[in-house]
Design a protein around this ligand. Sequence first.
Ligand code: NAP
Length: 246
Amino acid sequence: MATVLILGGTRDARELAGSLPGHTVISSLAGRTTSPLLPPGEVRVGGFGGAEGLASFLRTRRVDVLVDATHPFAARISANAAVAAQVTGVPLLVLQRPGWVPGPGDDWRRVRDLSQAAAELPGLGERVFLTTGRQEMAAFAAVKECWFLARSIEPPEPPMPQRLAVIRDRGPFTLDGERNILKDHRIDVLVTKDSGGPAPKLSAARERGIPVLVVDRPSAPPGTETAATVPEAAATIASWTSSPGR
Ligand code: NAP
């Protein structure tokens, strides 16, 4: 039975772990959240110790396919996965949702990173809905002109903005819920990473006519096989593991 290691921390990674009948699946989580939603099958938690540690895990556990199903902004683990796959010869599949594309009525400003988002905020609005995650709060700590409403699974830690309210919640979110947040908190600008996938916050922002700062994805390691959806990833893995010698 072929062994598949899924680098996770995303909903797609959890779903993929349950979509590979006939395979031994090991899911790996970084260990950032205290009570993560666990995928079916074996789960290991914590860093591997860089690309070398990951390569050693691939060898020890005789992994046949490595899947990088981490969040598009988890750049370090993705770079490590690319290196570990190359040095061990284990085939790597990147499962990543396509980035968002603006539609009619959207008022988006693309920024290259969180510092640029922080720099552009004061000219755009005063009441910010910050959905970039608790680890990114520091980038906005020096923005004194704005009040922030941040949403994160775990409570944020300093440095963080002085004028800050926090909603602790985990997706999926609904359009009604997002509309209510924008209305109740009189939000006039939204900040988000380009995570891809369903995003009712973007529809709610469009309806309300507020600008959105969309942080571009970090560049991905070149030349990797990718899948955009869980079924596509499952089909690719099945084809790889059913053709020995690949
Ligand atoms: P990162 O900066 O790319 O990775 C930092 C280090 O954390 C890696 O070098 C690795 O340590 C360890 N690590 C990360 N993901 C791991 C995994 N799935 N299994 C084992 N070790 C892992 O990662 P990050 O941005 O902090 O993200 C951490 C986790 O949160 C990822 O699983 C990601 O999918 C999830 N997540 C991230 C975001 C985001 O916006 N960044 C959003 C939602 C979910 P070693 O070098 O020691 O192996």
